[in-house]
Design a binder for this molecule. Structure first.
Ligand SMILES: [Zn+2]
Length: 243
């Protein structure tokens, strides 16, 4: 309204023979005024599985490498997300991955076949030495996810987020798109809920992507962190969307 009155005033000044001053105000967005500012955030959950993790599971040393309560929380609160599953994870939990893929709330992305890094010195992960090995891991992971979900995956996330400049071309060659995250929740092997919550809130920006993990012993307090982060972000005007 202020803009309108200023325009009227300018017209009156001009009509009275005074100097005409161009009045420029920001376009007023009535929809935004009604609903408050809205920002979009994309949540994602990495579901890791290395051959070593699989061995520990099979030996009964670990009960589960994911937390079903996280999936339930996302469903109960209608929070869309992409689950980046390594091929070995999908093979270990095919029913879960198939169910998630069928749920319109979720999409399944590719997170390598055996969660091997694309570069050396990536958090101690074993790494793929040659481009042939990298491409083989990519296509094997892609085909595993496609077989289990019944649809071709489109998104890829590097294990450990480690990449060399030319790796994106290999990912494209496998028909996948690299998904980059802007907010690393830091929930792997972390018991500090406060630190995770602070980090996500501090780094959240409109259009950003957050990386969490799907729980289990390698992400012990992800659910607790989510239960605090989600209401806080919603209070700040964030809406969650799926890629
Ligand atoms: Zn990972």
């Amino acid at each position: 309204m202020r803009t309108v009155w200023m325009a009227v005033l300018a017209t009156l000044i001009a009509a009275a023979g005074g100097a005409s001053v161009p009045i420029r105000g920001p376009a007023f967005d009535f929809a935004e005024a009604r609903e408050g500012p809205r920002h979009t955030l994309y949540l994602s959950f990495d579901a890791d599985m290395t051959p070593g993790m699989l061995k520990r599971l099979q030996a009964g040393k670990v009960a589960s490498w994911y937390d079903p309560a996280i999936v339930q929380y996302l469903r109960d609160n209608e929070i869309p997300a992409v689950i980046f599953a390594s091929g070995l994870f999908a093979e270990t939990y095919p029913d879960l991955i198939e169910r998630l893929a069928r749920d319109p709330l979720f999409a399944i992305g590719v997170h390598g076949y055996r969660h091997a890094a694309f570069t050396a010195n990536c958090y101690g992960l074993p790494f793929l030495h040659t481009d042939a090995e990298r491409l083989d891991d990519l296509t094997h992971a892609r085909d595993t996810i496609a077989r289990i979900t019944g649809r071709a995956p489109t998104l890829f996330r590097y294990p450990g987020l480690c990449r060399d400049a030319h790796d994106d071309a290999l990912v494209r060659q496998a028909g996948l798109t690299v998904d980059t995250a802007t907010v690393v929740a830091g929930d792997s092997f972390n018991h500090d809920v406060d630190a995770i919550v602070r980090q996500v809130i501090r780094q959240a920006r409109d259009g950003g992507t957050v990386i969490f993990h799907l729980g289990g012993p390698n992400a012990p307090v992800t659910l607790e962190a989510l239960k605090r982060v989600v209401p806080e972000l919603r209070k700040q005007g964030y809406e969650f969307a799926r890629k």
